[in-house]
Design a protein around this ligand. Sequence first.
Ligand code: CP
Length: 309
Amino acid sequence: MLKTKDLLGLYHTSAEEICEILERTAHMKELLNQGKKSEKTLAGTALLTLFYENSTRTRTSFELAGKYLGAHEVNIAAASSSVQKGETLIDTGKTLDSLKVDFIAIRHPLAGAPKLLAENVKASVINAGDGMNEHPTQALLDMFTMREKFGKIKGLKVAILGDIKHSRVAKSNLFGLSKLGAEVYMYAPATLMPKEIEKLGAHVCRSMDEAIEGAHCVMGLRIQLERQKGGLFPSLSEYSKFYGVKDAMLERADKNVIVMHPGPVNRGIELTPSVIEGENSVICEQVTNGLATRMAVLSLLREYRENNL
Ligand code: CP
C-alpha cells in the first residue's frame, strides 16, 4: 500500500513502496503481454494529463495506461489552456477538482510545481517531470527494466553518463536505486555534474572507463540544451567524442550489460546509432515498461484513495 495520495518523487518514497510498485508493474506487464487492454481497475475514475513541457513517451503512456485500465482520460496541453490567459497553477488545480478529476499527471518546467499542485487539490498528483528535480515514473520503469534483466537491483553497478546537472531522470534513479541497494556511478563534464551529488550517494567518476568498468547498466542521458544558457561544453561534436557511449567502451562492462536511455535520444551525441540499435540496448523495452509502470502507479494510487480518502 502506498503511504500518500500523490507520487511526487522517489526521495520521499520508501524502499517498500518502490518494491510494491515494481511488483505491480510485473503484473501489468503480464496483462499487456496477454493483450489485455480492457481492464476495469480504474473504472469510474478520471485521469487528466497536464503537460507544460513537450513529451512523447510519458504523456502517451499515462494516457494509454488510463485507457487500458478503464479510466476516463483527458489531456490538457498548457499551450492551448487558460494558463495562456494568466490562470495560476493552483486555480487550474481547483478547476480540475471541480471537474471531479481523480488523477493528475503533471509535467512542469519548475521544480516543485507538482508538490504545490498536490497540496491544493483533492486529486492524486503524479509528477511526470518537474524541471531539474525528479521524474519518478521514469526511474521506476528504469528500475523495473534492470530487475527484469538481472532478477534483482541490489548489488548492480549502474553507470549514468552525461548531463547529470539538468537531469531529473538521473536524480530519481539515484534516489530509487540507492534505496534498493544498487551502486550508482556518474560521469559528466565538470560543468554538468552537480556539486553535491556525492552527498546524495553517487560515486563521481574521473573517467568513462571508471564509470563503465564492470557496469551492469550503462545509461546515457539527453543533453538538455533547453535548460542551458550555453557555454557548458565546447561543442556537441566534442561532447560526443569524450562523453558519448561507443561500442568498444561496452567491452569493459559486465558481459550482460544493458544500455538504457530515457529518450528522446540525440543520435550520435549521447549514444552512437550502433549502440542504440545494438544487442545490449533495451531502449524500446523501457518504453513498454513505462506503460506498465504507469498502469501500476495509477492502480496503487486508486487503492490508496479507496482506503484513505
Ligand atoms: N523519458 C521521457 O520523459 O520522455 P518524454 O519527454 O518523451 O516524455
